[in-house]
Write a protein that binds this ligand. Structure first.
Ligand SMILES: Cc1cc2nc3c(=O)[nH]c(=O)nc-3n(C[C@H](O)[C@H](O)[C@H](O)COP(=O)(O)O)c2cc1C
Length: 332
């Protein structure tokens, strides 16, 4: 048995489960394991220092799987933007057929992707941006609720409202993201009108995720209360693990500090040290409220198989057993 949705059909993926782009985490080993499990993984382009490194990472992933996988291109406004066009060219030249765009309007990138037969799953955080992306011609929408790791936007709408509100307006495949970590979430997302789910934090805490074991153990030990929302006053909110660094950032900005005052604290070079050394207070690291639902460090294969099996049982037994037969009701 398997769960078939508009997403699995359109994107040619076995299970309605996605591993979205993750800076410093979305590397070949994890993405290949996700592909081999029958879900859709994305290599994070900007984790690779140069476009040539991205080409090598894609080749490495191909050596590890024959199944489809994609590349995430996160387009954020920065003072010194990375060479997006060159990364995009590598994606095309490498024969990738699915791209996850995120961060801002995907319009400048769509013609080249579509001309080369690449399907675009655009990730955004509001219904209005989802509607806009649909009108631009993207092939699927991934919508991140307030629970998510990374950037939830500034509207603060949790998935329970955001997903059905988006489903009312979106006809192309819709992926629910933020706060999903188990079969219950998957079934709930399908019930809310989505065609699948996207998970970051849950995939980060698996055997194949190439980050320090201490970070995975911290995720297992952590609860839904253990995240901070940094950069709120700057209207560039990000949900990250609560630690000495993120709490200092929150306090400094709440006191009226500016980006300059926290720039060194939030440097990517410090954040990557957390994953490399396991020093949880070395810098800022992303994780979502779904941390409260993550209680183990499984292989990706076991995680996806377990989620799909349990989701089928939930739909086939628990939920269908709740439907009372009229005759039975009368007898009772
Ligand atoms: C460590 C980490 C890094 C992330 N980096 C990115 C990124 O570079 N680009 C992006 O589009 N999303 C990024 N995300 C967001 C995820 O793709 C996904 O939308 C989010 O994790 C969903 O919420 P969840 O963690 O509750 O599953 C990141 C998430 C994590 C946990």
């Amino acid at each position: 048995m398997s769960i078939r949705t508009k997403f699995t059909e359109t994107f040619g993926i076995e299970h309605p489960i996605v591993q979205g782009g993750m800076q410093w985490v979305g590397r070949a080993e994890l993405v290949a394991a996700v592909a081999n499990s029958g879900a859709l993984g994305f290599i994070t382009a900007l984790t690779q220092p140069t476009p040539a490194d991205l080409a090598n990472e894609i080749a490495k992933c191909r050596d590890l799987t024959d199944k489809p996988f994609g590349v995430n291109l996160t387009i954020l406004p920065t003072i010194n933007p990375p060479p997006y066009d060159e990364y995009r060219q590598v994606i095309v030249d490498s024969g990738i057929k699915i791209v996850e765009t995120a961060g801002s309007n995907p319009a400048p990138h769509l013609p080249m992707f579509h001309d080369n037969g690449i399907k675009v799953l655009h990730k955004c955080t509001s219904v209005r941006h989802a509607v806009k992306a649909q009108s631009l011609g993207v092939d699927g929408i991934s919508i991140d609720g307030f629970e998510c790791a990374g950037h939830p936007g500034e509207d603060d709408i949790p998935g329970l409202v955001l997903i059905p509100a988006a489903a009312d307006k979106i006809d192309i495949p819709l992926i629910a993201s933020g706060g999903f970590a188990d079969a219950r979430g998957l079934v709930a997302a399908l019930a809310l009108g989505a065609d699948g789910i996207n998970m970051g934090s849950r995939f980060m805490c698996t055997v194949e995720s190439a980050i320090h074991q201490k970070v995975k153990e911290a995720i297992v030990a952590g609860s839904e209360l253990d995240t901070e929302l940094i950069f709120r006053p700057l209207r560039n909110t990000a949900r990250v693990a609560s630690n000495t660094v993120s709490r200092e950032v929150v306090e400094t900005l709440n006191r009226g500090g500016q980006f300059e005052d926290v720039k060194d604290l939030v440097a990517g070079s410090r954040g990557v040290k957390v994953y490399e050394t396991g020093d949880l207070d070395a810098g800022i690291w992303s994780v979502g409220a779904s941390m409260g639902l993550i209680n183990d460090i499984p292989t990706v294969g076991d995680l996806v198989a377990r989620m799909v099996d349990e989701a089928e049982q939930l739909i086939g037994s628990r939920l269908s057993d709740m439907i009372a037969d009229e005759e039975e009701e009368n007898v009772a």
